[in-house]
Ligand binder design. Structure first.
Ligand SMILES: [Fe+2]
Length: 174
């Protein structure tokens, strides 16, 4: 192995599997659910990440783009206990699987001048979920005392867009 090369066990099977699913040109919800089934069957271990990556950062959650191409991206996210996102939604479908920690999701609806909370979901290690916009306004927080590690697949090239986020919401929640 060349110096600096990172080995990512389990990544190749995800890339080829997601690539085949995206090529079927299903609607975005169907794509998210089909990718979820693939990810559930092929959920990588924590060795997908280097020990340095798994340590996270004191400055906030960290995203690692593991693969990006036109059509989809695979992103690892590392959260120390209590770290969270702002309220946001996405440009594309998303499927995610939890390797460690808890991704606690709070879901919102946009009522124009404010948001209302419409649901919560606790995503634990081994669990895989998928969703597609619209209606995907959420905030995510690692509520566990452990470092949270997860794999997210997005139906967009995040290396080109910069991220999968469509909009950040700073409206009041009432
Ligand atoms: Fe999100």
């Amino acid at each position: 192995m060349a110096a600096g090369t990172v080995t990512r066990p389990g990544l190749d099977v995800l890339i080829s599997g997601v690539s085949r699913i995206v090529a079927r040109d299903l609607d975005r919800r169907e794509t998210a659910l089909t990718v979820a089934a693939l990810l559930r069957e092929n959920l990588p271990g924590l060795d997908l990440f280097t020990p340095e990556e798994r340590a996270g950062s004191p400055d906030g959650y960290v995203s690692h783009v593991l693969h990006a191409e036109p059509g989809f991206s695979i992103v690892g996210v590392v959260w120390r206990p209590g770290q969270d996102t702002v309220i946001h939604d996405h440009v594309s479908w998303c499927t995610f699987g939890i390797l460690s920690g808890i991704e606690y999701e709070t879901l919102y609806r946009d009522l124009g001048d404010h948001l209302v909370e419409i649901g919560r979901a606790e995503n634990r290690p081994g669990e895989v979920s998928g969703f597609a916009p619209p209606g995907d306004i959420h905030k995510v927080r690692n509520t566990s005392p452990e470092v949270g590690v997860s794999v997210h697949v997005y139906g967009a090239d995040v290396s080109r867009l910069g991220s999968s986020v469509r909009r950040v919401y700073d409206l009041p929640v009432r």
